[in-house]
Design a protein around this ligand. Sequence first.
Ligand code: SF4
Ligand code: SF4
Length: 318
Amino acid sequence: MSKDKHLDDKSDFIKNTDKNPSHIQPEKLTLDSPLQFECHPGVPCFTACCHNIKIVLTPYDILILSRRLGIPAHEFVTNYTEPTYLEKTDMPGVQIKLTEDKKACPFVTPDGCTVYSDRPTACRYYPVGMADFHEGGTNDAAEEKFFFLVKEPHCKGFEEPKRWTIREWRADQGVEERDEYNKEWLRLVMRRKSFGYQASLSEAAKRMFFMASTDLDSFRRFVFESSFLETYEVDEETIEKIRNDDIELMQFSFTYLANTLFGAEGMNIKKEKIKEKVKEIKARQDEALKKAEQEYLELKAERDRLRKEAEERKKANK
Ligand code: SF4
Ligand code: SF4
């Protein structure tokens, strides 16, 4: 949308889950489909869509908004968001916390969005949603995308004369760039969604996902101030990049999460660490074996003692 906006989906889960499905137009659109729509301060509904809305934030949204406000990510998350689950999964995420009284986005004013050039991905999508045929796919070629319109009665942008294609609209809203930055993270969520609840994901794994998704500063400390770099093979060039560049660090966190949560390739544990682990397991097995031997010997000694006692009693009774 334009000077304000919202929601909606890239793949189902950044969208407003409270959205009435009857507002979703059944027609599947392509990038070349025509769109008659415009949003600007002159529309009678201006900023209406910045109220009563659910806006789930991606890691890139959080990074950009916290930079915009000049505060650390954890402070942004504490002050401007509330916890949610990423749609139809048990993956923890955050959504923008609306004001108590007006149920408004904290960034909206009568003049429009105060963070407009850094607004979240979901705000850029509205009113053109996007869905994938292939959820959880890892291969671009296998993912067929289509678009659809969300026409809500309060939105008067569809009565404006401006005509363009979906492609032009998306370019205008900066959606393509966002999609690129969000891509691997969205795949993690969709992968989880495709596994369903029966596939267990530990609480520790969920905490790690939440931390990496919402607080890059903590993830950076995790990488550089723990035994992480002693454990994983990470080349010097990558280390330099992720040390100095938040976007690189964010992308790296997605690779790490894909590996630890779903066993995807991209991260390898150092050989010496594997050897150490094998040694540790062997030491534990040796210890267990020793203990079992000891228990067996004790048992055998007790059996021999009882046997001897029985023989002695037998002799004494003769
Ligand atoms: S971030 Fe901006 S565009 Fe998005 S809901 Fe809030 S005020 Fe509206
Ligand atoms: S409701 Fe539609 S036209 Fe009105 S401000 Fe929101 S996006 Fe623009």
